[in-house]
Design a protein around this ligand. Structure first.
Ligand code: FEO
Length: 388
């Protein structure tokens, strides 16, 4: 098993079989369920893993423990990808205390039956549990990503165990291209709605000396990678764009709406704008959502379908609204042969989002691009190119 530092070991497992994480996020490179072990005068395990890999996880523990038994299982997060092996653990190590907070134990009772586990140790915000040289201070992180979530900080090694925060898609055995792409897709897919709470916990841990962050998915972050990750998290939590330019999110049935989107891209580029065009039908949904948060400006191009927004665009807008999409400029291109009405509906989807500016220029394509719709796209490009 991999030693992280001093007495801290990685005992998690890669999942390369699962197709959809949380039943909806494609994970072509798998995912890791991380678990850590502190071997000191007392032994503490930090989080269990998905039940499908419970035996493998317990074998990893045994390999490091060489006959010792854990004294504590720290439960930072109750989502089943981290908690569903807890019963297996308590059956094997009935003497170990299960450490959580009040909310953790309510959820443990819901998943495993009232009164489970027998050996509970409830901690409060800011409390510290000592194991010898090492200790863990518990920092509550409600809604990052569930209400019971807590981070744990070991001052001896300056290690922050951050639960889901700072996690990413991708198994550890897979070669990582860069940290941020799959971390961004994971963040906005899973935690994006809770920017205020992420900001809150970043403030709480801001005064700590941190040499490494050990999340529940993805690699342990140290050095340059740690700096990059914190930089991105501050931006993402504040809903701040990462780059200039315009994202054009297009869904086209026969290619005419796409033609309008491409014409807009060309007009924007002519005016010096950086442009990214994505296909809402074929591109990964979570990646489309993540891209929308990268850019300060968005144009959604869609067809009216059954008197509604074409499904791919509807799902995209629903996903943005659910994730508190905000502080952006948004425009629309609608298409329809006899009753184009979806621009109004698309705007309505985002009506409750805070701090959005909708463009004055509106584009209505009647079946295919015309002189009229080209002129409307020119006006939209002009408006989006003003002020940067
Ligand atoms: Fe990785 Fe919210 O569970």
């Amino acid at each position: 098993m991999k030693k992280i530092i001093d007495d801290i070991f990685y005992v998690g497992v890669d999942d390369l079989k699962l197709d959809l994480f949380e039943g909806q996020f494609a994970i072509p490179d798998g995912i890791s369920y991380n678990s850590y072990l502190i071997v000191d005068e007392k032994v503490a395990v930090i989080d269990s893993i998905d039940a499908k890999f419970g035996d493998e996880w317990l074998a990893n523990l045994e390999e490091v423990l060489e006959g010792r038994s854990p004294d504590y299982l720290i439960v930072q997060h109750m989502e089943p990808d981290h908690s569903s092996s807890i019963r297996k653990f308590t059956e094997k190590y009935p003497e170990a205390q299960v450490v959580g907070n009040q909310k953790t134990f309510v959820m443990l009772g819901e998943y495993f039956g009232a009164g489970f586990p027998a050996n509970q140790l409830a901690v409060k915000e800011g409390e510290t549990l000592s194991f010898g040289k090492h200790s863990l201070r518990f920092i509550f992180a409600p809604m990052v990503h569930w209400p019971e979530v807590m981070f744990s900080y070991d001052a001896a090694t300056r290690t922050l165990f951050s639960a889901d925060a700072f996690g990413k898609f991708g198994a550890l055995s897979k070669r990582e291209k860069n940290w941020e792409d799959e971390a961004r897709r994971y963040y906005f897919g899973i935690v994006g709605k809770y920017g205020a709470q992420v900001k809150g916990v970043l403030l709480k841990v801001g005064s700590l000396d941190i040499d490494r962050i050990a999340p529940l998915h993805g690699p342990v972050l140290e050095g340059k990678k740690l700096t990059t990750a914190v930089h991105h998290y501050k931006k993402w939590a504040a809903y701040a764009p990462e780059t200039d330019g315009v994202l054009i999110a297009c869904s086209s049935i026969y290619g005419h709406t796409r033609e309008g989107a491409e014409y807009l891209a060309a007009q924007l580029e002519k005016r010096g704008q950086k442009v990214k065009l994505i296909d809402l039908i074929r591109d990964d949904w979570a990646e489309c959502i993540a891209q929308a948060f990268r850019f300060p400006k968005l144009v959604v191009a869609a067809t009216t379908y059954n008197g509604e927004i074409f499904p791919a665009a509807r799902n995209f807008l629903t996903g943005l609204a659910e994730r508190n999409y905000q502080w952006r400029t948004v425009g629309f291109i609608e298409n329809g042969t006899w009753a184009p009405v979806c621009a109004r509906q698309m705007r309505a989807k985002l009506e409750d989002c805070k701090n959005l500016v909708f463009t004055e220029a509106a584009v209505k394509i009647r079946s295919a691009l015309s002189e009229q719709s080209r002129a409307e796209i020119d006006a939209l490009a002009e408006e989006l190119s003003r002020n940067g």
